[in-house]
Design a protein around this ligand. Structure first.
Ligand code: F2R
Ligand code: MG
Ligand code: MG
Length: 349
């Protein structure tokens, strides 16, 4: 498809929902045999099953808040977004939220709250959360703002409403950048795609807060850059086992252990793989592979889905999977509205 086409926007938002809904089955599992993944996915194809509904989790619930806020405010509005997060949590608390972020969402509901970023700063004895909750909902920033500096700035601020540790909000910046580049068609040159992400993250992680947090947490000086170098090494190799991917990149709830992993899943599945069905296209391969890693499967598949969906477009989304996933139709409609906002902004409107 052409860069920033409506199909790419729809693919990104719909495939993110699919990743979350189908990934929920395996979240937290240590080992997920590919056979179980394929069985789960083929269950979605079974027309005789009637109403198959896979519910979305916090990943989609919070993404929907970001989308609605960006559309209603025609841009980023921290007060509005904070209010939506709090309202969504209070209306539907059972969507599998992280145990820490619940406290932030409760505080955000207080009418007395003056600084909406303060509850996030208070998390984990003032260190802030490094979870992937900011990254899992970052894709809409890439779909609302055409310019990369805006994507980076607003993905970061949108994440900081719940994640004040740089290892949390920089995961959101990386995820939003990956979706932004994919929308432009950058995945047709995978090596250049990953090099560009590394160059951008060099600057992002050069900020003093990021260097300080990395030091405190005893991570590499620029932790996301280091992981992206590992992604590059892994995609250079023709064969790589699931165990190696998990040990090199991780599959956990921290942004550092899941955002580079999601990016790897997309790159690895650009080509057919002998352990995935021949009739699967790239998007199906990406989602199936993300689930087979185990760990934080809903979130890794949601983030990989957004990046892959922006590359392959909505035509690559299997209709039979989509009809089983709660919120997929809404995501499709909202993606078209974001597409209009993006092009309005890019024309200076
Ligand atoms: N929470 C889950 N899954 C676990 C169980 C759900 C279960 N299936 C159910 O039925 O209820 N999934 C969702 O949470 C992840 C996103 O989490 P988020 O929003 O980042 O939350 P939080 O609480 O801020 O961070 C997550 C955990 O990371 C650890 N952590 C973070 N920062 C820390 C720090 N500075 N020091 C120590 N630990 C820190 C904590 O254990 C947090 O609870 C997604 O997977 C989403 O799907
Ligand atoms: Mg979830
Ligand atoms: Mg998760």
């Amino acid at each position: 498809g052409t860069p920033a086409s409506k199909s790419r926007f729809r693919g990104a938002l719909v495939a993110a929902v699919l990743g979350d809904c189908v990934g929920g089955e395996f979240e937290g599992a240590e080992e997920v045999p590919m056979e179980s993944v394929l069985q789960h996915l083929s269950g979605l194809e079974d027309e005789t099953k009637g109403n198959c509904v896979l519910e979305y989790s916090d990943d989609t619930a919070m993404t929907r808040c970001v989308v609605q806020s960006l559309l209603n405010r025609s841009g980023y509005d921290e007060q509005d977004l904070a209010r939506r997060f709090a309202k969504e949590y209070s209306a539907s608390p059972g969507r599998g939220y992280g145990s820490g972020v619940i406290q932030v969402l409760k505080k955000l509901a207080s009418p007395q709250l003056v600084d909406v970023y303060q509850p996030a700063r208070d998390q984990f004895n003032g260190r802030g959360s490094f979870g992937n909750g900011g990254a899992m909902r970052a894709a809409p920033f890439a779909l609302a703002f055409p310019n990369l500096p805006d994507v980076k700035r607003f993905a970061r601020l949108g994440a900081m409403l719940t994640h004040s540790c740089s290892l949390g909000y920089n995961g959101a910046v990386l995820q939003a950048m990956a979706v932004h580049l994919s929308l432009q068609g950058a995945l047709s040159l995978p090596q250049q795609f990953i090099s560009r992400l590394i160059t951008e993250m060099e600057e992002v992680e050069g900020e003093k807060e990021a260097l300080r947090d990395a030091r405190i947490l005893k991570e590499a000086e620029k932790p996301f850059c280091e992981r992206l170098h590992r992604v590059r090494d892994l995609i250079d190799r023709n064969k790589v086992s699931i165990e190696e991917v998990i040990s090199e990149l991780g599959n956990g709830i921290a942004a550092l252990h899941s955002v580079p992993t999601a990016i790897f899943c997309v790159l690895h599945c650009l080509q057919p793989r002998d352990y995935l069905p021949e009739n699967y296209g790239g998007l199906e391969r990406t989602i199936a592979y993300s689930l087979a890693l185990g760990g934080d499967t809903d979130t890794i598949a949601c983030m990989a889905g957004a990046i892959a969906g922006a590359h392959y477009g909505v035509e690559a989304v299997p209709q039979r999977w989509m009809r089983c996933c709660e919120g997929a139709e809404d995501a499709d409609m909202n993606a078209a509205r974001l597409h209009a906002l993006y092009h309005q902004t890019s024309q200076g409107g």
